[in-house]
Write a protein that binds this ligand. Structure first.
Ligand SMILES: [Zn+2]
Length: 117
């Protein structure tokens, strides 16, 4: 226990947070050991809080590889135009239903807009 760095209350360096502060950011210690101690001065003796390293903390709801893949697939599906089957590079606007070039394409298939006359 003596190896743990001890910081004064409110003087904790950046990158450290208590379990409660981690929780506020949607993080959890994630199995890491206590990285430091925080000493809170009290008349009846110091109150100690335990600090964890933020860079070692993990999200409260961990993303598994399967969930990342599902999320990526869902995002990609939303970018693929149902008309031309191309990845538009952006999410297809639901108001258009297709990518922008398809939505404003000439029904005859000619390139660009040619004014009548
Ligand atoms: Zn398209």
């Amino acid at each position: 226990m003596g190896a743990l760095p001890v910081f004064r209350w409110r003087l904790a360096p950046d990158g450290y947070a208590t379990r409660r502060q981690l929780r506020a950011r949607g993080l959890r210690p994630g199995g890491q050991c206590v990285a430091a101690q925080l000493e809170r001065p009290r008349r009846r003796g110091p109150l100690v809080a335990y600090l964890y390293r933020v860079d070692l903390a993990k999200p409260v709801r961990p993303m598994t590889p399967g969930r990342w893949a599902a999320l990526a697939a869902a995002n990609r599906a939303r970018r693929v135009c149902p008309a031309c089957r191309h990845d538009a590079g952006y999410v297809i606007p639901t108001s258009l239903g297709t990518c922008v070039p398809c939505a404003y394409a000439d029904p005859d298939g000619s390139e660009g807009s040619t004014p009548h006359g």
